[in-house]
Write a protein that binds this ligand. Sequence first.
Ligand SMILES: NC(=O)c1ccc[n+]([C@@H]2O[C@H](COP(=O)([O-])OP(=O)(O)OC[C@H]3O[C@@H](n4cnc5c(N)ncnc54)[C@H](OP(=O)(O)O)[C@@H]3O)[C@@H](O)[C@H]2O)c1
Length: 524
Amino acid sequence: MKHHNCFQQTLILPPKLGLRCLSWLMEDPMALPVITTRGNNVYGPNQFPEKLIPKFILLAMRGKPLPIHGDGSNVRSYLYCEDVAEAFEVILHKGEVGHIYNIGTKKERRVIDVAKDICKLFSLDADAVIKFVENRPFNDQRYFLDDQKLKQLGWSERTTWEEGLRKTLEWYTSNPDWWGDVSGALLPHPRMLMMPGIEKQFDGPADVKGMVSQPMTHANGPKIMVEGPKCNGRSNSSSLKFLIYGRTGWIGGLLGDICRKQGIPYEYGRGRLENRSQLLLDIQTIKPTHVFNAAGVTGRPNVDWCESHKPETIRTNVVGTLNLADVCRENGLLMMNYATGCIFEYDTEHPEGSGIGFKEEDKPNFSGSFYSKTKAMVEELLKEYDNVCTLRVRMPISSDLSNPRNFITKITRYNKVVNIPNSMTILDELLPISVEMAKRNCSGIWNFTNPGVVSHNEILEMYKKYIDPEFSWLNFTLEEQAKVIVAPRSNNEMDASKLKNEFPELLPIKESLIKFVFEPNRKL
Ligand SMILES: NC(=O)c1ccc[n+]([C@@H]2O[C@H](COP(=O)([O-])OP(=O)(O)OC[C@H]3O[C@@H](n4cnc5c(N)ncnc54)[C@H](OP(=O)(O)O)[C@@H]3O)[C@@H](O)[C@H]2O)c1
């Protein structure tokens, strides 16, 4: 196997989504040697029954109807799990680092035919047992992978469809209770969301609700939930249930407080972002209407940590974030993603003091730190997910002046500070707005800052006026700052007019600072 001498092992990552971005990171000497595999629909014993084949087998075993999303004409390439395991082994031993291998099969099957084959094995009348239900959002018509490159390594599919299906069925009939209570996973739409155009919740028994007698065409099916980067309708507050990632974090903790205050049912996710099955389990058990991602690697004591922990940063901020977005998409859920605006720096078209801020559609121009670099890459990829609302947070500030993460707390504790105007996010004002954005089903990219800019010295002057008249500080230049930090920091102005248009009551940064931070903390 060809790989760099200093690495003991090669990592094989089977991605469902654009993990190709990992290979972009290969330019970096700190990154891992990676072979990428692309898989198809794997099936076999032991699979969690949210997937089509085990779901249909278990339903057939229970005498329940087999629900087909849409008209069942969608085509999938099913590959038996042992063949896939062999493919991994072959790739591990014979694949080349940096290459991508498709693990596929040329034998495609329509979903309706899979259902019919399962009926045949159970001697069931397919016409009576198969029921057509509303199609699900984003139900792809076909995936097809060319497996030639893998075949050239000596791999080939060995299990016939008939044999694989029979073995799978035997395993489920011998282990009917292996997965415990999976009734939720066996529903026609296990986690149908509360999105515009998708009003129905299939939370009743699988054999009655949501069934229609005729196949639904795509035109008749539900509309895609979030169209374009905008706010699209309003969820009914009484039926909200938020799933929040980042329980132990600053923003995640504040979100929980807001939900409690507003009486919105919520739970924190237990899964690690990089672990797809844990995320799925969270969604299956919690059955959220919206997912909030306030999880991320931010570095301790600061983002310089990411410079020396690149794989860990990638794992959460790249792999994990994309993973969650993808799982949410598959489950028709909107993901509110607390991202960053630290992907821009002042440039000739947006000079400091000009009042010309970076807009939502502008391409990131700052990759001075590894943290920002990964965040910019992920933002670019997340644009392809219309179920994601990207909130570009910047230099967050809250009314809790004892929190070491608070920008004000940070700069009051530094020996010296630079003095540059920046766009910032007053969390006390903006986090409730993000909750409202979820209710309005907003998607796309949003500069998530208060309008305008404020400089370090202006904030410290306010601190002096409201909190401590004796407070004093020293400034230094960016060049001097560079000597005490590892990676450069971004300084910029963001154009918050899109957010202001949606929320006209949004305060300019200096007014928001006074109303939400300094007045409540006033000591003088
Ligand atoms: N604070 C800022 O200055 C700032 C600015 C702009 C944007 N943001 C972004 O906003 C988000 C939240 O920031 P924050 O300040 O609240 O961060 P934080 O206080 O550092 O909290 C991060 C949270 O993420 C969780 N987490 C980390 N890796 C995880 C993983 N692989 N799977 C699941 N959970 C994981 C942590 O849980 P564990 O402790 O269990 O790991 C923690 O609860 C981040 O994405 C950050 O980049 C923050």
